[in-house]
Write a protein that binds this ligand. Structure first.
Ligand code: G6P
Length: 521
C-alpha cells in the first residue's frame, strides 16, 4: 500500500487521506460474503468463487485493494482490511440493483453475449444506470490507485470502467478480463450501445478473453465499428497527446497522430487444481463420497450435473436426453442415478424464474414416470454447496455432464479432472464451453443434438476402464499444468511492459519473488 497521494492527480472525488494501492481489483462482486448470524451480527467470510483464489497470491504480495458490490442494498459498510486485502464495498441502491445488475448486466448483456439463447431486453434506463454505476466504480478506482498502479477490471458488468479510468488516470496500467464469451459481430451489433462499450474496453492496455474465438470476435467488432487497425493480438488506438482515447475525430485505419497499443487475446482461466486434488485425497472426503453412493443405493452408474441455475447451462437438454434414455430402456432405473445440483442464481430476473419452473416440472415428471419407492431417477438439489461436498460428489460420480449451450469457460469440467487423481470417471463436455478448447479428451458433444447427446451418454456409461483412464489422465495433465496461478501470471506478464513504461511496479516480479513461487512456475 502507498499513502502518498498521487500529486497533481487529485480530483473532486478524492479524499486526501485515502490510502493508495499499487494493485486494485475492480469486480462486480467482492471476494468476501457478508454473513449475518441469528443475533443480527454481521461478519465476512471468503467467497467460494474462483477469481478470489486466482488473485489471492497477487493480493497478498501487493497488499492490494478490491472494489466490489457487497450484495443487497446495505449502503453503510465502511472499507476494511481482510487478511491483508483492502475491501472497498461499492453500494448499489435498490433501483441500481434492478437496472444495472438484474437489468443491463443480466438481462441485456448476459443473454446477448451468450448468443441470444434467451432474448436480450434493451432499455435506455438500464443503460443509463449501467453508465452511472460504471462511472462510480471507475471514480473509486481512481481514488484508490497509487501513481503508476495497476488496475485489473473484471467482467461484463464493468466494461465502461477502463475507458472512464483512462480519462481520469492516464498514469495507471489497466487490464480487463472478460469471463464470459464475446459474441460474433452479427449478434453483438444488436446492442444499441455497441460502440460505447467497445470504446470503454479499449481504455484498457490488455483485454483478456477465455477463447481465441472471443478475442477474434472482439477484434472484428473493433474493426467494424471504429476502423482501428487490428493485427495479430494488437489493436492500434488513436489517442490525444496524453494517451486518452479520442472520441472519434481520427478513426482512421492509419492514424498519423499519437497512438496506444492495446493487446486483445485469450488467457483461459483455470482453478487451483492442486487444492482440489488435495481435498479429494482426504479420507473424510472419500468417506463422504462412499456415503453418497450408498445413499443412492450403490447404482452401477452415477451421473452428476453441477451448475448455477442458468439457461446457458443446457440443463433442460441434459434432462431431456436422460429422460428419453430411460423411456427407451437404454438405461435401467435400477442401474442409474442422476444428481443435479442447481445453485440458485439471479432469482428476480424473469427468464431465470421461468427456467426454474420448467426444470422443476421436468424433474418431477421424470421422477414420477421412472422412480420407484426406494429410488428416484434424479436427485435435484436447489442449493449451493461448500467445496468439500462438491469434491465428494465429483469422487462419487462416474460421469459428469457439462452440456452448456454457451459458456465462457466452465470450471466444473476442470474441477472434475483435478479431483479424479484415480484417473477414473468420464467427462461429457459441450463443445460450446470454453473448456472444450483444452479438454480435448473429454467426450465432446453438441447439446442441441439430443440423439447425439444420448449416444454420447451411452458411450460414457459403457466406456471400458482402460479408455476412461487414458482420457482422464490426459485431461488431468492439462488442468494440473495450466492452473489458475499460470493464468494470473500470463495476464500479469502481458501487463509488465506497460507497467515498466509508466514507471509502475512490475507485479509479476513481485509475485515471483515470493517464497514458493517456483512451485507454480
Ligand atoms: C458468472 C459471471 C460472474 C458472476 C457469476 C455469478 O460466472 O462471469 O461475473 O459473478 O456468474 O453470478 P452473479 O450474478 O451471482 O454474480
Amino acid at each position: 500500500m502507498s499513502v502518498d497521494a498521487a500529486e497533481g492527480l487529485m480530483t473532486e472525488h478524492d479524499h486526501p487521506d485515502h490510502p493508495r494501492f499499487d494493485f486494485v481489483v475492480v469486480a462486480n462482486r467482492l471476494p468476501v460474503d457478508r454473513v449475518v448470524d441469528g443475533d443480527g451480527n454481521a461478519s465476512w467470510r471468503t467467497s467460494p468463487g474462483g477469481l478470489v483464489t486466482a488473485l489471492e497470491p497477487v493480493m497478498r504480495e501487493t497488499e492490494g485493494a478490491w472494489i466490489g458490490w457487497p450484495g443487497g442494498t446495505v449502503n453503510d459498510i465502511e472499507p476494511f482490511d481482510y487478511n491483508g486485502t483492502w475491501i472497498e464495498p461499492m453500494p448499489l441502491s435498490a433501483q441500481e440493483v434492478e437496472e444495472y445488475y438484474e437489468g443491463f448486466s443480466n438481462d441485456t448483456l448476459w443473454p446477448l453475449y451468450h448468443d441470444v439463447i434467451a432474448p436480450p431486453s434493451y432499455h435506455r434506463e438500464w443503460w443509463d444506470s449501467y453508465r452511472t454505476v460504471n462511472q462510480r466504480f471507475a471514480e473509486r478506482a481512481a481514488q484508490l490507485a497509487a501513481h503508476g498502479a495497476t488496475v485489473w477490471v473484471h467482467d461484463y458488468q464493468l466494461q465502461l470502467v477502463p475507458g472512464i479510468l483512462r480519462e481520469m488516470r492516464p498514469d495507471v496500467t489497466i487490464g480487463f478480463f472478460n469471463h464470459i464469451p464475446f459474441p460474433a459481430y452479427g449478434i453483438y451489433s444488436q446492442l444499441p450501445w455497441r460502440t460505447q462499450i467497445i470504446r470503454g474496453l479499449l481504455g484498457a492496455d490488455v483485454i483478456g478473453f477465455q477463447r481465441a474465438a472471443d478475442a477474434g470476435n472482439f477484434q472484428r467488432a473493433v474493426r467494424r465499428l471504429l476502423s482501428y487497425e487490428a493485427s495479430g493480438t494488437t489493436i492500434t488506438v488513436p489517442t490525444d497527446e496524453d494517451g486518452k482515447v479520442t472520441s472519434g475525430s481520427r478513426n482512421t485505419k492509419r492514424p498519423s497522430g499519437p497512438t496506444r497499443t492495446v493487446v486483445a487475446r485469450h488467457y483461459p482461466i483455470s482453478i487451483d487444481a492442486l487444492a482440489y486434488e488435495r481435498l479429494a485425497r482426504e479420507p473424510r472426503v472419500q468417506e463422504r463420497a462412499a456415503q453418497i453412493r450408498s445413499e443412492l443405493g450403490n447404482p452401477r452408474t452415477i451421473m452428476l450435473g453441477v451448475d448455477r441455475l442458468d439457461y446457458t447451462k443446457g440443463i433442460r437438454h441434459r434432462l431431456k436426453a436422460y429422460g428419453e434414455l430411460l423411456a427407451e430402456g437404454r438405461l435401467q432405473i435400477e442401474d442409474v442415478s442422476l444428481i443435479q445440483v442447481a445453485s440458485p442464481s439471479r432469482e428476480r430476473v424473469e427468464t431465470y424464474k421461468q427456467l426454474r419452473d420448467e426444470i422443476e416440472l421436468t424433474v418431477g415428471r421424470i421422477n414420477g414416470d421412472f422412480g420407484t419407492i426406494g429410488h428416484s431417477a434424479i436427485s435435484y438439489l436447489h442449493h449451493g454447496y461448500p467445496r468439500e461436498e462438491m469434491v465428494a460428489l465429483f469422487l462419487a460420480a462416474d460421469i459428469v455432464l457439462v452440456t452448456a449451450l454457451r459458456d465462457g469457460m466452465n470450471l466444473v469440467a476442470k474441477e472434475y479432472a483435478a479431483v479424479r487423481y484415480d484417473n477414473d470417471g468420464v467427462l461429457v463436455l459441450s463443445e460450446f464451453a470454453g473448456a472444450a478448447d483444452e479438454l480435448k479428451r473429454a467426450l465432446l458433444v453438441n447439446p442441441h443434438d439430443i440423439e447425439g447427446l444420448k449416444d454420447t451418454i451411452m458411450t460414457a456409461v459403457e466406456m471400458p476402464r482402460a479408455e476412461r483412464s487414458r482420457r482422464m489422465r490426459a485431461m488431468r495433465k492439462r488442468v494440473m499444468e495450466h492452473d489458475v496461478a499460470v493464468w494470473s501470471r500470463s495476464f500479469l506478464r502481458e501487463l509488465s511492459p506497460y507497467q515498466l513504461s509508466r514507471g509502475g511496479t512490475d507485479l509479476l516480479a513481485v509475485v515471483e519473488a515470493r517464497p514458493g513461487a517456483a512451485d507454480h512456475a
